[in-house]
Design a protein around this ligand. Structure first.
Ligand SMILES: [Zn+2]
Length: 307
């Protein structure tokens, strides 16, 4: 299995357009040791030829252009067979609207995520230009199923979605139940030929038994690295909410995910969905050293892992 990180930043990217925090300003002015990052999306393939995206970020057009295997080989075609959604955040769905150029698309999502994107959304009509433009395939929680190519044939991959504590996307707050287990999911991909697995969890609001079980036996774990600390946005006055209230369990500290997940010894352990305020972005930060010493890596755009 080939896994390629197209975008590794949280919503807003790095640098973020309206931000001059130490990291964003430092990056623009060349004062820190860090690289720009686009908003989170990855792609994977069982065999180099057929590709599947996880999440469609607002940066999707440049992300596709950044990786030649995603380029079409003939006019009006794409090697992207389907797109998986992990939650309904605009950072994960807005890119779908950019893929509107008279192209058939297959989207795997839970029923709640499908409804959240399609119902009451007049912009969704741009993806209904012709009959069958979008094929939705429903992900059921805790059921492993074959991942199909766009034409319905097996891809050599299987997937299982499982619930992960999260929250509704900002635009659906107050409109949908916060308790819906389909609102935010982790994805476990398994390659038929090798048995190798990727577990993808880019938004983890709390570490629960479902999260822990979902990680077990994985060859590669990509985990929520949005914030290093609980008060990362509240301390500088950017937002009054804590990391936990934003449904992103922080990485650092005695109760952080790094301390709570020590028994996972997957060969590849990667923090992804890094917010621009996170000190992990600075390659020479003490926080980066702590993560590396524990055997974890910090995702960057263009990072590739072969399982
Ligand atoms: Zn910033």
């Amino acid at each position: 299995m080939i896994v390629r990180i197209l975008g590794s930043a949280a919503g807003g990217g790095f640098p973020q357009w309206n931000c001059a925090c130490t990291n964003c300003r430092g990056l623009r002015e060349g004062l820190i040791n860090a690289s720009p990052r686009s908003q989170e999306s990855i792609c994977l393939s069982a065999d180099d030829g057929d590709w599947f995206l996880i999440n469609a970020s607002p940066d999707i057009r440049s992300q596709i252009e950044s990786f030649a295997p995603l380029h079409p080989l003939k006019p009006r075609a794409t090697p992207i067979h389907a797109i998986f959604l992990t939650n309904g955040d605009l950072d994960h769905c807005l890119g779908l609207l950019s893929l509107r150029e008279n192209q058939h698309l297959v989207i795997y999502a839970t029923e709640s995520l499908r409804r959240g994107f399609t119902e009451g959304n007049v912009l969704y009509r741009t993806l209904q230009r012709f009959a069958g433009q979008i094929t939705w395939r429903t992900l059921k929680l805790d059921v492993e199923e074959t991942v199909q190519r766009a034409d319905g044939s097996p891809s050599g991959l299987a997937v299982k979605a499982f619930t992960v504590p999260g929250k509704p996307p900002v635009h659906l707050e107050g409109l949908v139940s916060c308790d819906d287990p389909e609102l935010n999911v982790g994805l476990r991909f398994r390659q038929d030929a090798t048995g190798r697995t990727l577990v993808y969890l880019s938004a983890v609001g709390r570490i629960t038994s479902s999260v822990v079980e979902g990680l077990e036996g994985a060859d590669c774990v990509m985990f929520d690295g949005t914030f290093w600390s609980s008060d990362e946005l509240s301390a500088p006055g950017f937002l009054t909410k804590s990391a936990e209230e934003l449904a992103h369990w922080p990485v650092g500290g005695p109760m952080g995910s790094l301390s709570m997940l020590p028994k996972f010894t997957a060969p590849h352990r990667v923090f992804i969905h890094i917010n621009n305020t996170n000190p992990l972005l600075r390659e020479d930060s003490s926080e980066r050293a702590i993560v590396q010493a524990a055997g974890w890596k910090v995702a960057f755009d263009g990072m590739e892992i072969r399982l």
